[in-house]
Design a protein around this ligand. Structure first.
Ligand code: SF4
Ligand code: SF4
Length: 183
């Protein structure tokens, strides 16, 4: 990383669902960073447990074509050209929910108190959720940075999917034949 400014490098958070413990430290770190309090409902990453024992950390996948950004009639969403994160303009967002429906993973969600939508902003390039997941030695969330003059980031990104779809695949990995009919 010598000579590379981390704050101006395109960043993505990879996720290994089979390693998630469901500890929810990522939700705590996110809400502390953005809201100043422990408030999972206001976290940009939410951990779903649709089947006991199969936890799914769910957050923006930074689609190459950013359908949420394109769908917003109020131009409240934009892409940070340094990190690649979706940035929400709180003043312009009307909480209409159009971006939620446009997202293939239905990942944006409304702030539980204020009138705007929540989408991971990568903490400006230094995501706090990844730090705590790594501290916990779970390694479910990992930072991927685009190296200059390569397209490494784009060969490792996942497409946005719903928690239901992700869980369906995860229970097969975790429970094998016993997963039949779990979701
Ligand atoms: S911090 Fe890591 S292990 Fe804990 S819930 Fe979040 S993703 Fe899962
Ligand atoms: S994952 Fe959803 S919120 Fe993130 S860029 Fe894609 S459409 Fe937008």
């Amino acid at each position: 990383m010598d000579g590379v400014s981390l704050s101006s490098t395109k960043t993505w958070i990879s996720r290994d669902y089979s390693r998630c413990s469901g500890c929810r430290r990522c939700e705590i770190a996110c809400s502390l960073h953005h809201e100043g309090v422990i408030w999972p409902e206001a976290s940009r990453v939410r951990v779903f447990m649709l089947v006991p024992g199969a936890e799914v950390p769910h957050l923006c996948a930074q689609c190459d074509d950013y359908p949420c950004v394109k769908s917003c009639p109020f131009e409240a969403l934009s892409v940070d050209d340094k990190t690649g994160a979706v940035i929400v303009d709180r003043e312009k967002c009307t909480a209409c929910g159009i971006c939620i429906n446009a997202c293939p993973g239905r990942i944006p969600h409304l702030h539980p108190r204020d009138g705007y939508v929540l989408i991971c902003d990568l903490c400006g390039g230094d995501p706090q959720c990844v730090k705590v997941c790594q501290e916990g030695k779970w390694d479910a969330l990992r930072l991927v940075r685009e190296m200059p003059q390569t397209w490494q980031l784009y060969t490792t990104k996942l497409y946005a999917r719903t928690p239901e779809d992700i869980t369906r695949d995860l229970v097969k990995i975790l429970f094998g034949e016993a997963s039949e009919g779990m979701i």
